[in-house]
Design a protein around this ligand. Structure first.
Ligand SMILES: [Zn+2]
Length: 241
């Protein structure tokens, strides 16, 4: 317990975590804004790359860590899409989901709401029934093994337009498991007006789902007002503008 005599945040020798950092690491946490594919660890991507060598993603962890060092937002999108391209089967979805939850558990996250984009996986050829089964099995197994409780948010990839919104509301209302608690909207905001998704959010809210769209991530306060007035937002993703 000598750690507590250190000033919070005071650096220790040899790059060890500070007492403050150790205190934070040890706290139990709730994580309310975490993206499924966006949270893939390099180790998970390496395993997926080995399953699908034709994708050209490095399988070597050191090379992958370089690949994952973002130079700018466009590079982040490239890396993100390379990971998306590795998620081809229900087994891939299961592996990613399970390892994301294990990563959260390792950070002492006790409860998380994980934002999922099922539209992307169905477009990759995974039937929604198989997708739902994979994430649910991963969730239940990970909760049993780690104690971390996870609930889902399904989000519309806004840049994919109304077709993706129609599909996503159906995945939520017609196929969603009881552990689905929220309905969201993500992607670029420029050129993707929020009010066009009002009917989808109305339907989601009528089905008892919470409204948790992203807005004000890359555009101004008008988008935040749209999320509140048109989509009934209860919690806003980012909302920094
Ligand atoms: Zn987000």
């Amino acid at each position: 317990m000598t750690d507590t005599t250190m000033a919070p945040g005071e650096p220790t020798a040899a790059g060890e975590p500070t007492a403050y950092a150790r205190f934070i690491a040890g706290l139990p946490k709730a994580e309310l804004h975490v993206h499924h594919v966006g949270s893939a660890r390099p180790e998970t991507v390496a395993a997926l790359a080995a399953r699908h060598p034709d994708a050209g993603v490095p399988q070597d962890l050191a090379a992958l860590k370089d690949f994952f060092t973002f130079t700018d937002f466009a590079h982040f999108i490239d890396v993100y899409l390379a990971t998306v391209a590795l998620l081809r089967t229900p087994e891939d979805i299961h592996l990613l989901t399970r390892e994301v939850i294990e990563g959260l558990a390792a950070q002492r996250v006790r409860y998380a709401e994980l934002t999922m984009t099922p539209f992307t996986s169905v477009r990759m050829g995974i039937p929604i029934e198989a997708y739902t089964e994979a994430i649910e099995d991963a969730r239940i197994t990970a909760e049993r093994d780690t104690g971390t409780v996870v609930r889902w948010i399904y989000d519309i990839p806004g840049e994919a337009g109304l077709e993706s919104a129609d599909a996503t509301i159906s995945y939520a209302v017609d196929h969603g498991p009881a552990s689905l608690v929220g309905f969201g909207l993500g992607g670029p905001e420029n050129g993707v007006p929020r009010p066009q998704f009002k009917a989808h959010f109305d339907r989601a809210r009528a089905a008892g789902l919470h409204s948790v769209p992203h807005s004000g991530e890359s555009t101004g306060p008008e988008t935040i007002w749209d999320a509140i007035r048109e989509l009934g937002a209860e919690r806003i993703g980012h909302g920094i503008a």
